[in-house]
Design a protein around this ligand. Structure first.
Ligand code: HEC
Length: 143
């Protein structure tokens, strides 16, 4: 195969592969709404439901919930495959509420790792307002 044929071959392969790569990247994405329901809601319910954990397992469960919230927040910052996700995540207000949620979850994680239940309660109090604020700003149907 000469050089010209080889580049033609590579070019043809790229033309047919690129849209497929784009599609499969989207297919691997989930929506902000799905992340809210499947990750953020159960994880934050675990954090808000914390009651004087006594065992390592109980602390470990709280730790996982805080990590899940931080991770989900990182996803929400970029938006997913939902119809309005990209538009929402391009807004400064979106980023501000989301960053406040991530920071509160990070404070919760620090408190959990220090086995400091009062610090966890404090972080939990700060964790709720960004949920409410963002829902009012971007999706008035949700509280
Ligand atoms: C940066 C903005 C933002 C933050 C922060 C946020 N949410 Fe959301 N949430 C949304 C948006 C937007 C939707 C609706 C998505 C849609 O309908 O496509 C939603 C939907 C939901 C839903 C689904 C409700 C329904 O019936 O549609 C739940 C539950 C939820 N969020 C819980 C939470 C909790 C709990 C927190 C805080 C720990 C939180 N969210 C923080 C933007 C946010």
């Amino acid at each position: 195969m000469n050089v010209f044929n080889r580049s033609l071959c590579i070019a043809t392969a790229l033309i047919f592969t690129l849209p497929v790569i784009g599609d499969s990247a989207d297919a691997h994405k989930v929506t902000v709404k799905e992340v809210m329901e499947a990750v953020i809601t159960p994880a934050t319910n675990t954090l808000w439901g914390a009651e004087d954990p006594q065992t390592d397992e109980a602390w470990k469960e709280l730790e996982s919930a805080a990590i899940a919230t931080v991770t989900a927040g990182t996803y929400v910052a970029r938006g997913g495959s939902g119809e309005s996700d990209r538009e929402w995540s391009s807004e400064e207000e979106w980023q501000a509420f989301n960053t406040a949620m991530i920071e509160a979850a990070m404070d919760a994680l620090t408190a959990i790792r220090a086995r400091d239940i009062d610090a966890l309660y404090d972080a939990n109090d700060v964790l709720y307002p960004p949920c409410e604020g963002c829902h009012i700003a971007f999706n008035p149907g949700v509280q």
